[in-house]
Design a protein. Structure first.
Length: 199
């Protein structure tokens, strides 16, 4: 009897990444991260499952993510933080983060078309002066960090951002450049739940 042929792509679709790490034995701290994420967004991110093979890295990334995205003392809006995440992640072609943060922006705005425009090119999306200044700044952080100079802060200040908000915007952009690079370097699979959400 002939063996059934494997459907191309099926195994790859189930893999977390290009790595071959074996079965995960998540420790209590990793399980707590998984539970918190599932309670908040309805599923566990593929990146979290992969990083759980290095629990200290998972916890460090989760801590930094919370510090920049859910800062109780921060004054950037959730929409602004997610805009930064999406602009940076789109520029870096990071599928897990583009899918995840587009879904979150769709939740916040209820406007899937606007979010789609941001995904492709934020300059073609309807942005206010403040949002445009933030998006242009974080794009430069992503594309040419060595070329940033003090004058690059002027459009942000002119758009009404306080210096503490500029600090927040830079931190969010820097964090996503870090997480995007881990995802891209290891071929971490995007979550289909995020892609499908709120379309």
């Amino acid at each position: 009897m002939a063996k059934a042929k494997k459907t191309p792509g099926k195994a790859a679709a189930k893999a977390l990444s290009w790595l071959k790490l074996g079965a995960l034995r998540a420790d209590a701290a990793a399980k707590a991260v998984f539970a918190q994420t599932e309670a908040r967004i309805g599923y566990v991110r593929t990146t979290q499952r992969l990083l759980a093979h290095k629990p200290a890295l998972l916890l460090a990334q989760e801590g930094l993510s919370r510090a920049v995205m859910r800062d109780p003392d921060g004054t950037l809006s959730d929409r602004e933080r997610e805009l930064i995440a999406l602009v940076v992640s789109s520029e870096n072609r990071c599928q897990p983060c583009v899918f995840g943060h587009a879904a979150e922006l769709r939740r916040i705005t209820g406007d899937a078309l606007w979010v789609g425009k941001v995904e492709v090119n934020h300059r073609h999306a309807e942005l206010g002066k403040r949002e445009r200044a933030i998006a242009d700044y974080v794009l430069k952080i992503t594309r040419a960090p060595g070329e940033i100079e003090e004058a690059d802060l002027a459009p942000l200040r002119a758009a009404g951002l306080a210096d503490t908000e500029i600090l927040e915007a830079a931190a969010v952009a820097a964090y996503f450049n870090f997480s995007n690079r881990i995802n891209n370097a290891l071929g971490i699979a995007p979550n289909p739940e995020a892609y499908a959400a709120r379309r």
